[in-house]
Ligand binder design. Sequence first.
Ligand SMILES: [Zn+2]
Ligand SMILES: [Zn+2]
Length: 259
Amino acid sequence: MGLVAALLGSLGCGRGGETPSRPAEGGVAAELGVASGVAAGEASMGAEEGPAAAQPPAATPPAEDGAAPADEAAETPDKPLVVTIVIGSFAEDLRDAVEAGLRESLPIEVRRGPTWDLPKSAYYPPRRRYRADTLIDLLSEAAREDREHPEVRYLGLTSVDISTTKGRHKDWGIFGLAFSPGQGAVISSHRLKKKAKGREHVAFRVTNTAIHEIGHSLGLAHCAEPRCPMQDAEGSIANTDSSDQVLGPECAALLAGGG
Ligand SMILES: [Zn+2]
Ligand SMILES: [Zn+2]
C-alpha cells in the first residue's frame, strides 16, 4: 500500500523547541542523527491510520482535447511545486510570510491550497497535541493523490502544538517535520511564538522553519553551514534565530545539482 511505501523514506527531522525536563542528550543525539539514520525509527509509524476525510478539493479539470494553445506547455513550471495547506488554523500574516519566504529562498513555485479540519486521527490526548508524523502521512498521501500536480509537496501550516517521537521521548514537541525527500511536511507556529520579540520575529521563525522543512522534502539533510536554514535545530530556537534564510553554498549546490 502506498502509505507504507512512503514511510520508507526517511524523516527529515523533529525540528524541536521543547525544553526537556532533563538534559536532552538523548534527544539531541537523535536530532543529530536524523540526516542519515532515522529509518529504524519509522517502523513504528506504519500503524498510523491512513487519511479518510482530509482530502483537498477536486482539482480543476484538464484542458479540452486539442484546445490547448501550443505554448501552454511552455508555461508548465519545471520548478518543484509546494502547496500550502492550513490545518485547523494559521494566521494569515504568517502564511503570507511563509509563502513569500519560500519563493525567495528556494527554487520552487508556491501556491495556496485549501484549509483542512484538524484530523482526529492525529490527536494525542495525554499532551493535547497533534502528532506531526500522522499529519505528514496525511499530507503525503493527499499530495500523491493530486493527479493534477505530480510530485507536488503539501506543506501543512498549523497553530496547534505538534509532536513526534524522538529518542526516549515518546511525545516531543516540535516546530516542524518532513519526509526527506518526500511530499509531506508540516510546521506549527505554537512553539515559535514563545519568547518572540514581536510579530515580525514570529514570522521570521515560522518562515525559516518552513524553508527548513521544505528543504528536507527536496532532499536536503542538515548541514553545519553558518546561518544556513538547514542547520539542525538541536532542540532549541537558537539556530532558527541566527539563520539568514539563504541556503549556504553547500545546500544551494546540492539543490542546483539535483542531489
Ligand atoms: Zn531538520
Ligand atoms: Zn546548508
